[in-house]
Design a protein around this ligand. Structure first.
Ligand code: CO
Length: 198
């Protein structure tokens, strides 16, 4: 149990340090959250959204799952997305994958089983289509696919039709050097808005 007690001790120390650095930090946060960003990332323990982007509590609404999948029948993600877009009114949705993703590697090796086999079905379809693709290329392609899925999602589409400024970004993180690369596939719904006006 020592390792669990350590976490609680870390927490006390962290809260004390934050309050010293920024007096009133927690009382201010208690009133409301106004994050500008929704992060959809991999559950991988080496890719923590706040830390790698230098964001504080209150800055980013986070959803993480294995291999950062955007599946329109995933009730969990759909609730997160709706809340983030319609209630919190985030301005940016970031899909952030990472090189060497274990979920994607397992699909490539045909080594998934049980629930994971179902969860990663869309990755499997992509891998079959691109037989010679490397793992890291597949990790990038996977992010691009999820950005497309989001751009076609009704929650996002409706926000764009209402004229909302909402950007979807595709990023990939390298665990080996801690750096994020922008895959430059940002979608802004310009087309949806233009279509709506005409
Ligand atoms: Co991963």
């Amino acid at each position: 149990m020592k390792e669990i007690i350590q976490l609680l001790n870390n927490n006390k120390e962290w809260a004390r340090r934050v309050e010293i650095e920024t007096p009133g930090f927690f009382t201010k946060l208690k009133k409301q959250q106004r994050p500008k960003y929704l992060w959809i990332g991999c559950s991988d323990s080496r890719v923590p959204a706040n830390q790698i982007t230098g964001l504080l509590p209150g800055d980013v609404f986070v959803h993480r799952n294995i291999s950062n999948q955007v599946i329109n029948t995933d009730m969990n993600l759909m609730c997160v997305l709706q809340y983030a877009v319609d209630v919190l009114k985030v301005k940016h949705i970031i899909v952030c994958g990472h090189y060497g993703c274990g979920g994607i590697a397992a699909v490539k090796r045909n080594a998934t089983s049980g629930m994971l086999e179902h969860w990663l079905e869309n990755v499997r379809v992509s891998v079959r289509k691109h037989k010679r693709i490397t793992l890291n290329e597949m990790c990038e392609l996977n992010v691009k696919r999820q950005v497309e899925n989001l751009a076609h999602n009704t929650i996002v589409q409706k926000a764009w039709e209402r004229g909302r400024k909402l950007y979807i970004h595709g990023w990939i993180y390298a665990i080996s050097d801690g750096l994020i690369k922008d895959l430059k596939v940002t979608q802004s719904g310009a087309h949806a808005r233009k279509h709506h006006r005409s």
